[in-house]
Design a protein around this ligand. Structure first.
Ligand code: B12
Ligand code: SF4
Length: 483
């Protein structure tokens, strides 16, 4: 069969090349389908310029017998738009998969443009489903979602894949465009997953538990393949790369012995690193580590079940500094239970924090996280997610009321300002830019974009003057509306 796999986004012509990482999930499905002798094309609308006419052209030229669409919790609207457009041109079966389907199998099927859904990690199930659609077999794979007699039927739960080594490597030859992210020194950048799930259980995260690791030999093979394909960097997508120290030490030893010589970046937790590990990773090519720091308040860290403390953050970051890594931290904004005191503790931590960049994200009560699982069945948050998936509303259910939203937004802006307006942070950013022409270009583009979008939001000349004046005079720490 000829299969078109789509990572949906808005229909648009991309004027400036933007950064985005390859969609590994589709790469894995494509590899599995190619192994079963199917022909695959991947359309990543996040990376490729895609107008409706482009989709029409692909349908005419590639002539797919079937379309597979990846639906995250945040892309239902785009997925429905592209699926409906395809259906209006050609009546071919459309299968959806991804987290939006796994968490809301019944709700996603209210959209009649989708013929089948497949929940969970779908490498095996997808190929089995292709056999069902092509009429080779009637045996339905576990996790299949379909309609019969006006009802949506979920055929059990797709099991998690235990033997990750048995999977073919993602079909990277099908990825198009220069794929890279904001912090890359070089491009193109490949992504890799060396383990799925995570051994920890932070309450705001749906990736905790069900941790499965690939063998070191298998990962080394993929590093070699990526280098052979001409990629210049690797972004390791594991949730907590360093959770098994011995595995990482063995991998680093292998990378050095085999002289693979490619730079890579990882996500980690500060309680899983030490000097020995950091030294081995540096020697093996790792140069950026992003840690989930989340908050400067021990009380909030405890409520999050994060298993780290403010003192631990400072102590471990000073060890990281010794090895000269580029180091980032992620923070959660607006976690339930925040008070003026806990926010102030985070502001205090952000001052003189030994890291190069921070990423701040609003707390999002994602389905399947421990936080979400504790909500009552009839909670407003659950209802709002269902409204999002069925497109009765299109706003992501982060805030339930305006007061909480205003407080979180103020907290967000204050954190960003405190961290990024420190001279040593600005100096570090300049150093990071100087190290790489690619970064210089990206950071400048980002700067122009921020200024342009800020200007577009200001409706009058008076507004412009007021904004410019306030940048100079606003106190760095502003009390939130809740205080
Ligand atoms: C790389 C990455 C990105 C890349 C590429 C995204 C992509 N489409 O692959 C970029 C930079 C674009 C990105 C953007 C965002 N990301 Co992101 N990203 C990741 C990361 C690090 C790895 C994803 C990955 O490759 N997983 C491995 C593959 C094998 O798994 P998979 O994609 O789920 O695919 C499997 C199944 O879902 C299924 N499947 C998937 N598609 C399909 C389609 C069909 C037809 C079928 C049958 C099956 C199927 O089968 C696949 C193989 O088993 C994850 C963290 C993680 N470790 O997962 C975060 C993560 C997925 N991202 C996250 C977030 C929040 C975002 C953003 C919202 C960030 C933002 N504020 O903009 C956006 C949203 C983008 C979007 N379109 O949804 C969250 C999602 C939280 C949640 N519960 O939904 C995660 C889990 C990080 C985290 N811990 O918070 N991201
Ligand atoms: S936040 Fe990170 S460490 Fe915590 S459960 Fe999720 S992936 Fe694991």
């Amino acid at each position: 069969m000829r299969i078109l796999l789509i990572n949906p986004d808005k229909f648009k012509k991309i004027l400036f090349k933007k950064f985005s990482l390859p969609c590994l999930g589709l790469g894995y499905l494509a590899a599995q389908a190619e192994r079963a002798a199917h022909t695959v094309r991947i359309l990543d609308m996040n990376v490729e310029s895609t107008s409706p006419r482009d989709v029409r052209d692909i349908l005419t030229r590639f002539k797919p017998d079937l379309v597979g669409i990846s639906v995250s919790l945040f892309t239902v609207l785009d997925a429905v738009a592209v699926a409906s457009f395809i259906k209006s041109i050609k009546d071919i079966p459309i299968i959806v998969g991804g987290k939006g389907v796994t968490y809301f199998p019944h709700e996603i099927m209210v959209h009649s443009c989708f013929d089948f859904g497949q929940s969970g990690e779908a490498e095996h199930a997808f190929v089995a489903l292709l056999d069902v659609v092509s009429g080779k077999t009637e045996a339905k794979p576990e996790g299949l979602i379909y309609r019969a007699g006006g009802e949506t039927i979920c055929h059990g739960q797709a099991p998690l894949i235990q033997d990750l080594d048995a999977l073919p490597f993602p079909a990277r030859h099908l990825f198009k465009g220069d794929q890279f992210h904001m912090m890359n020194r070089k491009k193109p950048c490949a992504t890799i997953v060396t383990a799925r799930g995570c051994p920890f259980q932070c309450v705001f995260c749906d990736n905790g538990g069900q941790h499965r690791c690939r063998s070191v030999a298998n990962i080394l093979e993929e590093f070699k393949e990526i280098t052979r394909l001409g990629y210049q960097e690797i972004y390791v997508c594991d949730d907590t790369f360093t959770s098994d120290k011995q595995r990482v030490l063995d991998l680093c030893r292998g990378l050095v012995q085999e002289k693979i010589g490619i730079n890579w970046s990882v996500f980690s937790r500060i309680d899983t690193i030490d000097g020995e590990l950091l030294e081995a990773m540096k020697e093996a090519g790792c140069y950026t580590i992003t840690f989930g720091l989340e908050s400067g308040s021990d009380k909030i860290l405890d409520t999050m079940n994060k298993g780290i403390t403010k003192a631990m953050i400072r102590e471990k970051l000073s060890v990281v500094k010794r090895f000269n890594y580029e180091c980032g931290g992620t923070f959660v904004v607006g976690f339930p239970g925040e008070t003026c005191e806990t926010m102030q503790e985070t502001y205090d931590l952000l001052k003189n924090l030994e890291i190069h960049y921070c990423v701040f994200s609003y707390h999002c009560p994602v389905p399947n996280s421990p936080f979400y699982r504790r909500l009552p069945q009839d909670s407003e948050i659950r209802k709002r997610w269902i409204d999002l998936i069925t497109l009765r509303r299109t706003d992501i259910p982060i805030f339930l009321d305006n007061k909480a939203q205003r407080a979180a937004e103020m907290h967000y802006r204050t954190m960003r300002r405190i961290f990024y307006l420190q001279p040593h942070v600005l100096l570090n950013i300049v150093r990071m830019m100087i190290q790489s022409p690619l970064r210089m270009k990206n950071f400048s583009k980002m700067g122009v974009w921020i200024i342009l979008s800020a200007l577009l939001q200001i409706k009058s000349v008076r507004g412009v003057l007021k904004t410019v004046r306030s940048i100079g005079t606003r106190p760095i720490v502003k009390p939130s509306p809740r205080c």
